[in-house]
Each structure stands twice: as C-alpha cells, then as structure tokens.
Design a binder for this molecule. Sequence first.
Ligand code: NAD
Length: 253
Amino acid sequence: MGRFAGRVAFITGGSRGIGKAIAELFAEEEAKVAIIDLNEEALYATANELKEKGYAVYAKVADVTDASQVEQVVKEIVDTFGAVDILVNNAGVIRDNLLFKMTDADWETVMDVHLKGSFYCARAVQKYMVERKYGRIINISSTSALGNRGQANYATAKAGLQGFTKTLAIELGKYGITTNAVAPGFIETDMTKATAERIGISFEQLIQASVAQIPVGRTGKPSDVAHAVAFFADEKSSFINGQVLYVAGGPKN
Ligand SMILES: NC(=O)c1ccc[n+]([C@@H]2O[C@H](COP(=O)([O-])OP(=O)(O)OC[C@H]3O[C@@H](n4cnc5c(N)ncnc54)[C@H](O)[C@@H]3O)[C@@H](O)[C@H]2O)c1
C-alpha cells in the first residue's frame, strides 16, 4: 500500500516543475491529489496525465493570491474527496532585479504569491485539519532565503515563509498538524530556465556554472524536492515540526 493511501494532498502551482513532481509522487503513493494553477494549459495537461494513469485528481485554475478563490477551492476539495490532509504551498514566481531597479510591482507580486498565497491556503485548510486532528503543511522555501543577489524580494519572501512555518508549527501542533519547509537549491525547471534567459546565457551554461558550486556535483531535479516533501508529509513524521530542510546537494546553493 502507498504511503499516502486514503490521504488527500493539495498542491498549489501543481501543473509543472516541482509542483508537478510532488503531485506525481503523491499520486503514485496513492494520495488523492488536488492541484491548482494559473497556467490553464499546463494544469489540465498534468491533470489528464495523472488521470490517464488511473489516479484521483481535482484540478482548477485558481490564484493563490485571491482569498475567495482559495476558500472555494478548499471547499470543493473537501466536497470531492472528503478531506484535505496535506497542503503543499509550492506556487511561486520570480521578479529578479538589483535593488535599485526593483519596482514596486516586482516586490508586491513576489510577496503576494509566496506569502499571501501561503497564508490564504494554510488558513483555508486548517479548519478542516483541526476538525480531523490531522494535517501536514509543507511550505516550499529556497536557499535564496539565506540571501541572493538580484532577489531582495524573493529572498525576503522565502525567509518569511520560514518564520511562517515555525509559527504554524507552534500554533497547530496540538491538533496533530505539523508544518515544515523544504528549501531547494538549484532545481532544473522553467523557473531556472527563465533565470538563464534573464542573465543572457544558455540553460546549459547556467547548469554548468551552478554545478561547479554544488558539492554533490549535479543540479537538482523536481523529484529531489518531491522526495523531501513526501518525508514531511508522511504520517510517521509526526514528531518533526517547524523544521527547514535544505535540498541543495550541500549546505547552500
Ligand atoms: N527551481 C528552483 O531552482 C527553485 C529553487 C528553490 C525554490 N523554488 C520554489 O519552488 C516552487 C516551484 O518552483 P518551480 O521551479 O517548479 O517553478 P515553475 O515556474 O515551474 O512553477 C511554479 C508554478 O506556480 C504557478 N503559479 C504562479 N503564481 C501562481 C498563483 N498566483 N496562483 C497559482 N499558481 C501560481 C505557475 O503558474 C507555475 O505553474 C516555487 O515556490 C519556487 O519559488 C524553486
């Protein structure tokens, strides 16, 4: 039997990259999976892929920065699958720029998606989790939380998510709900492809430059992050709460 048999996992930004890998792994391990995303085409492509493999999937185009959409989605997940046991706050964006060039919109968009989005989703699921005295909340942070040139907005948001994680761990622990964060380093996704484009080098060049800094001598794959998320989401991880796990092939990067 899969590790998540009988569980319902809600993954934001689940249509591609890291979120898709998390949805796939959870579905393989027998969770019912709910994914939302702004990218309609990628969302339904992923949902159909999973359904073709026989997995139970809920998918909806929704924006994590809109509280009423998030509330509605969580209600629909519970109506469809009977519960929401696992939340993965994965939806993310970058708007990189050096401080002197960073616009108000660059700052606000990144804060809204990562912080407001995670807040809305956690607030919406907690009432169902508290009722059932069970939950796993996993927030996707980043090694950028430790500081990263060109990412004052993103680094601040990802560090903020770590404080959010530790606070939810304290508030919700007594209800059987654990909250942890996974902080990836360089993972090969569309997000890092966009970074290569922005700095004017090929994705291969960016990978090579990154590998030189990574102790295990390779960049990360979305599945590397999914495995770490599954570790926190496991029922047996009930004494692990408020932790940040760096998944970066070394202590940073
Ligand atoms: N790729 C990396 O190297 C890396 C490293 C550390 C952390 N992360 C984090 O991992 C998470 C996933 O990143 P990824 O690399 O897979 O990126 P990605 O761009 O491939 O995927 C992010 C997904 O989030 C969705 N999304 C964005 N805004 C949304 C919103 N308002 N509402 C709903 N969905 C929204 C996007 O449409 C996209 O499908 C992000 O939180 C990112 O910050 C990525």
